[in-house]
Design a protein. Sequence first.
Length: 171
Amino acid sequence: MINDSEEPKKLCKTCEEEKPLSQMCKNKNCKSGYKPQCKKCARNFNTKYYNDHWDKRRDSGRISTHNNRDNNGGDIFSVKDWEDLKYEYDNCCAYCNKPSEFLTIDHIIPKSKGGTNEKSNIAPACKFCNGSKNNKDLKEWLDGDYIDQDEAEMWYEALNMDDICEALRGR
């Protein structure tokens, strides 16, 4: 005898098991109204993707936050631009030259002082340097006791504001 109360089933393309519709992912854009994978397989996929791509998601979130704050209508930089900058600096801080897995986005000329989100105004900085620089421009920061005097002298030689970015990239 066939049980009329039995829930309809659908085949999960990932685990290849037939599952009740209550265990399938809903999607109104699919013809059947359900995705081709069950909730368990979708969760496993999302967890694996989340763990494998945490650095990209982190950088993407930071960059979109910085770009959203840009009210000047200037150029915005992308995740690819950020990856390129970190590569240019060998994943080292632009200011202290120490390697860091967790580089932060620093505006060479702070946004609060008219700086933009253009790639030429962005430098990768370690948390210490970015935190100590805060919203100071480069000259103010160099005048403080935040970095070594030899480093400060190198910066003073390049303090023509048009050449700061080039000096950073030449390190």
